[in-house]
Design a protein around this ligand. Structure first.
Ligand code: ADP
Length: 739
């Protein structure tokens, strides 16, 4: 091989090597660049990886903190809850009342010390013990007082209690001495919560209170009895004083003597009124005044009051008038005694404070939806009146219009206060309107249930057609007109005796069926009119209206009258007279009839009256009051004699004093009611005191009416007339015949 070749070879080889190197170098550079990129990439990657780990660590630290806080709070909360529960439970344990909770299976869940106390010594009494077992321990171990029932029955009763939805409380007395009231309630999920309230103290307190109340009541009863007795003791002699003075006034006296007798009587009556007022007032103050409603006749009640006040009114020429609504029933349910008291006060005041004119009592009423009646009663007078500034005061206690004018009137100033309280007690209202110097009008409204009519008016026909009425008082004429027109009569009104005479003279005989004339009229009075009519040949029947019928009895013209009717007129009396005139065969008029008209009736037997009264003066007063009547009276001095007297005499009517030695009036009445014929005889109680409840008790003992002493002659006559049997002669028929 040539050198060239060699050189060429070498050069080729070198070239190849150089190429290879170059290639290798480039390869290396590429690899180096790649390495560098990779390194950079790695660096980036490495940087990134480092920051996320940091975040993770941070987050983990926060979570750890949060966890710590939550745990701390949870621990706090639990500590608080535990403390609260412990406090609650400590509190429940300290109260004296027992407290327990049972689950729906009636097993004890939890109970406080007070509840568990009664089971002390029984280790089995733990949460989980059944209610039944607790009850058994109480019963069988004698921990509870069983009040006479067997342990088994008691357990059964205690278990049965829990059966119902609502569990009634029960009172248990434990043998250790305390008493508890058990209240069991159903709670959510069927639990039962049991509360055992210790009522030992409360019971002891209640017993003490009860004893104190009983003592107070006994003392109060003693006081009431003392008041009643005192009032009886004072009234009994006062009854004698007033009654005797009354009788004395009826005898022949000189003017001076009459003044003395009248003063004794009016002072006595005033004293009695004061006693009544004070008694009533103390009862109202003690809230002891109770009402005793019963059927009563309102019209009659007012009428009786008017009759009693008549005498005083007549002395001062005051007309007492009554206008009772024609279409209003008269029988209602109310306390008759108290109604009379109200009417007596209002009408009594009206008469007391009126010098001349009239006192008009008016009753109107309407039926309410519930079948009761709303009544409006007014008492109107033409008296001194009340000044506007005093109007508000007069219903107050001890209130009198204290000026010159009223000082001369006696009174306690309690009457209207009592009246107002009574009306309010009956659910009504009272008011007054007054014009100083002209008159007053007191009124009250009341709603009362109607009472059955005891004796329905027998519908006897009235066959009269035309009636002539003579009365000088316009109000009277108006009332009579309305009453007669309502009976279907044609009425002609005259204002004087003279006018009546002229009217009759100008009509043919027989035109008028009846003349109804007032007695007391100026000019020609009713009796003068009667005499003049008869003298000139008029034969029509005449009925006289008078406020004092008995005073007229000696006047010769009364022989010409068909009847004398007591003023104010009771509707019932008027209708009865009209019926009698229409049916001459019917029962003869009993009241105040002259012998001429009553000749046939006068031949009957005399009415028999038995009067039981232990007080001699009262017997004397009674005997004088009935002295002129066609009655036979037998007296009994105590209850025993009254029963004997009933057997021996068979009276038509009995007056019975309530307080008598030995057998009192109530017992005597009960005894008489048992005897043959004793159930029917009317018995009127005579009582000296009107304490609340008396009336009831008396009526309960079987008596028909009560009259309060001192006896009033008009009311006594009213009772006797009312109960006169048909076969006895009219009681006043002997006014002139001494028979
Ligand atoms: P008393 O009549 O016992 O004084 P009341 O309570 O009945 O007591 O009456 C209180 C007062 O009211 C009376 O004193 C009188 O001043 C006045 N008063 C009552 N009724 C009338 C009347 N109808 N007219 C004028 N004043 C009257």
């Amino acid at each position: 091989m040539t050198l060239f070749d060699k050189l060429t070879q070498e050069r080729r080889a070198r070239l190849t090597a150089e190429q290879r190197l170059d290639y290798r170098t480039r390869e290396l550079d590429t690899a180096l660049a790649q390495l560098d990129a990779a390194r950079r990439e790695l660096q980036t990657l490495r940087r990134q990886g480092r920051s996320s780990a940091l975040e993770d660590a941070q987050r983990a630290a926060e979570v750890r903190m949060l966890q710590d806080r939550v745990r701390e709070e949870a621990e706090n909360a639990q500590r608080t809850a535990v403390m609260a529960e412990r406090r609650l439970w400590d509190s429940i344990n300290t109260i004296r009342d027992g407290f327990a909770v049972f689950n729906r299976n009636q097993d004890l869940v939890i109970a406080n010390q007070a509840y568990l106390g009664v089971f002390s010594g029984f280790s089995e009494v733990q949460p989980g013990i059944p209610y039944r077992r607790l009850v058994e321990i109480l019963a069988y171990e004698g921990r509870v007082t069983l009040d006479g029932i067997s342990a088994e029955d008691w357990i059964a009763m205690m278990l049965a209690r829990w059966d119902g939805d609502k569990i009634d409380p029960i009172t248990l007395t434990f043998s250790r001495g305390d008493t508890a009231r058990i209240h069991d309630r159903r709670a959510r999920g069927g639990d039962i919560v049991s509360l055992v309230r210790d009522i030992t103290e409360a019971q002891r307190h209640a017993t003490e209170l009860e004893e104190a109340r009983a003592r107070a009541e006994a003392a109060n009863r003693a006081k009431s009895a003392f008041l009643a007795n005192m009032s009886h003791e004072i009234r009994t002699p006062m009854n004698g004083v007033v009654g005797m003075a009354d009788l004395l006034s009826d005898t022949d006296l000189s003017d001076e003597q009459r003044l003395y007798a009248d003063t004794i009587r009016s002072s006595g009556e005033a004293l009695l009124n004061i006693i009544n007022d004070v008694l009533d007032f103390s009862k109202i103050e003690a809230d002891k005044l109770t009402l005793h409603p019963e059927p009563f006749d309102l019209e009659r009640c007012i009428h009786e009051v008017l009759i009693l006040l008549q005498a005083g009114a007549r002395n001062r020429s005051i007309d007492l008038l009554m206008d009772y609504d024609l279409f209003l029933p008269t029988r209602f349910m109310a306390d008759p005694g108290r109604m009379r008291q109200v009417m007596t006060n209002l009408i009594g005041n009206a008469v007391k404070f009126t010098q001349a004119g009239h006192v008009l009592t008016r009753v109107v009423g309407v039926e309410t939806d519930d079948g009761r009646h709303q009544l409006n009663v007014t008492v109107e007078d033409t008296g001194i009146g009340i000044a506007p500034e005093n109007i508000d005061r007069i219903f107050g206690e001890f209130a009198q219009v204290d000026d010159q004018a009223t000082r001369k009137f006696e009174g306690t100033g309690l009457g209207l206060a009592i009246t107002r309280r009574l009306i309010e007690l009956m659910g009504g209202q009272i008011w007054v309107e007054s014009d100083l110097g002209k008159g007053s009008c007191f009124g009250f409204s009341l709603t009362l249930p109607r009472a059955e009519d005891s004796e329905p008016l027998t519908p006897q026909p009235i066959r009269l057609q035309r009636v002539l009425v003579a009365d000088d008082q316009l109000i009277n004429r108006t009332i009579l007109d309305r009453q007669l027109v309502a009976q279907g009569l044609a009425v002609t009104l005259c204002a004087s005796g003279g006018e009546a005479f002229e009217t009759l003279a100008s009509h043919p005989a027989g035109y008028f069926d009846l003349l109804l004339t007032d007695h007391d009229m100026p000019g020609m009075d009713g009796l003068e009119l009667t005499a003049k009519l008869r003298a000139s040949g008029h034969r029509l029947p005449i009925i006289l209206l008078s406020s004092a019928p008995t005073v007229l009895r000696d006047h010769p013209a009364t022989a010409e009258l068909r009847a004398i009717l007591q003023k104010p007129l009771l509707r019932h009396d008027l209708v009865r007279q009209l019926q009698i005139l229409s049916n001459p065969q019917a029962e003869p008029p009993a009241r105040l009839l002259r012998p001429a008209a009553a000749a046939q009736a006068a031949s009957g037997r005399r009415m028999r009256i038995l009067t039981a009264e232990d007080n001699r003066t009262n017997r004397l007063v009674f005997s004088k009051m009935v002295a002129n009547l066609a009655v036979d009276v037998r007296y009994a001095e105590d209850g025993g004699q009254a029963v004997e007297g009933f057997r021996a005499m068979r009276p038509d009517l009995i007056f019975m004093d309530i307080s008598m030695p030995g057998m009192d009036g109530r017992s005597a009445t009960r005894a008489i009611r048992q005897l043959p014929g004793g159930a029917q005889v009317p018995i009127i109680a005579l009582t000296a005191h009107a304490m609340a409840g008396d009336q009831d008790e008396i009526l309960a003992a079987g008596m028909d009416h009560v009259l309060t002493k001192p006896l009033k002659k008009p009311l006594l006559l009213d009772m006797i007339t009312r109960y006169r049997p048909d076969d006895a002669r009219p009681i006043e028929a002997t006014l002139d015949d001494t028979g």
